[in-house]
Design a protein around this ligand. Structure first.
Ligand SMILES: Cc1cc2nc3c(=O)[nH]c(=O)nc-3n(C[C@H](O)[C@H](O)[C@H](O)COP(=O)(O)OP(=O)(O)OC[C@H]3O[C@@H](n4cnc5c(N)ncnc54)[C@H](O)[C@@H]3O)c2cc1C
Length: 274
């Protein structure tokens, strides 16, 4: 429950919204799926983002911009209409439930970055960027957004930018034992391939202690080579994520299952190349 005296604000400009959230206890409200669950006590004011014109997805010369107010369902619908963003749409379609996907926004999810995020692994593997304004202003890689602590500043996520890469073969896997349960982890892998030869690779996992992890050593095994089952086997040796234990699953269990999932994912991607 929100405190009774919470003040709601309905700005129509980013400048106005940005000014409001610099005050203590005043935060943005997007889908509200996180705020209403966990952040209620310290809230003095909520700034509704729906009037800020951030609900759009557009493709300009193979650069796709997803406004922060777009919901997970909007991204899935965009993919159905255009066939673009297949990996991201697959990941977001598997998240939560239909009513929740109609509410959860890209901006709220990026700022929130829960352990069970369905958004981060595909965005990282797609080399996406995020445009922000407020206490931090600019365009950052998703990695920098987290590691350089932009995420902790009083900022507004305006949009995600994804450059379409020709020859990119990419997919995700979400692991949960029961379908409607928070995923224990999400993995994403992307290969940039030309004439069957890997030019670039990006492997990421979320749900781990360090929030996300990239496996550069495992990726490097494929560079300038064709993907083979031997290379996949070799690369899995360098997939070594460290998980938090929880009341249901040990960290060792999660690590073992994540290796199996990586092996399956890379094998599936190999079949798409050949
Ligand atoms: C039962 C359940 C299951 C779920 N399962 C999944 C799942 O499988 N995968 C998954 O990815 N997510 C899942 N979620 C969603 C996730 O836990 C968060 O609730 C969600 O990501 C928050 O997004 P929101 O748009 O509702 O943000 P809000 O709750 O509105 O806001 C969250 C935070 O982001 C800030 N914020 C909002 N918009 C912006 C913006 N544009 N710029 C900067 N800051 C902003 C807010 O001030 C707040 O601090 C689930 C949620 C529930 C309730």
């Amino acid at each position: 429950m929100l405190p009774e005296n919470v003040q709601w604000y309905f700005p129509s400009t980013l400048r106005e919204a940005s000014k409001l959230i610099q005050k203590e206890g005043i935060i943005l409200h997007a889908g509200g799926t996180r705020i209403l669950k966990t952040q209620t006590k310290s809230i003095k004011g909520l700034v509704e983002i729906s009037g800020l014109g951030l609900n759009y997805i557009k493709n300009n010369k193979n650069k796709i911009s997803i406004g922060a107010g777009s919901t997970f369902a909007d991204v899935v619908a965009y993919n159905r209409a255009t066939k673009q963003l297949p990996m991201l749409a697959k990941a977001l379609h598997q998240a939560a439930s239909t009513p929740l996907r109609n509410r959860i926004t890209i901006g709220g999810s990026l700022k929130d970055f829960p352990l069970w995020s369905s958004l981060y692994a595909p965005l990282l593997a797609l080399n996406a960027k995020v445009k922000v304004t407020g206490e931090a202003v600019g365009i950052y890689s998703i990695e920098d957004y987290v590691t350089k602590n932009i995420i902790k500043k009083n900022h507004i996520v305006k949009e995600i930018i994804i450059k379409e890469e020709p020859g990119l073969i990419a997919d995700i896997k979400r692991f949960s034992l029961i379908k409607f349960e928070y995923p224990l982890f999400t993995i994403a892998a992307a290969f940039k391939v030309k004439n069957f030869i890997v030019q670039n690779a990006r492997f990421y996992i979320t749900g781990v202690k360090s929030r996300f992890k990239r496996f550069k050593r495992a990726e490097s095994i494929f560079i300038n080579k064709q993907i083979t089952s031997e290379l996949i086997e070799n690369s899995i040796k360098f997939i070594n994520p460290k998980f938090p234990s929880d009341y249901k699953y040990s960290s060792d269990y999660k690590e073992t299952v994540s290796k199996v999932n990586f092996n399956d994912l890379l094998t599936e991607l190999r079949k798409k190349v050949v």
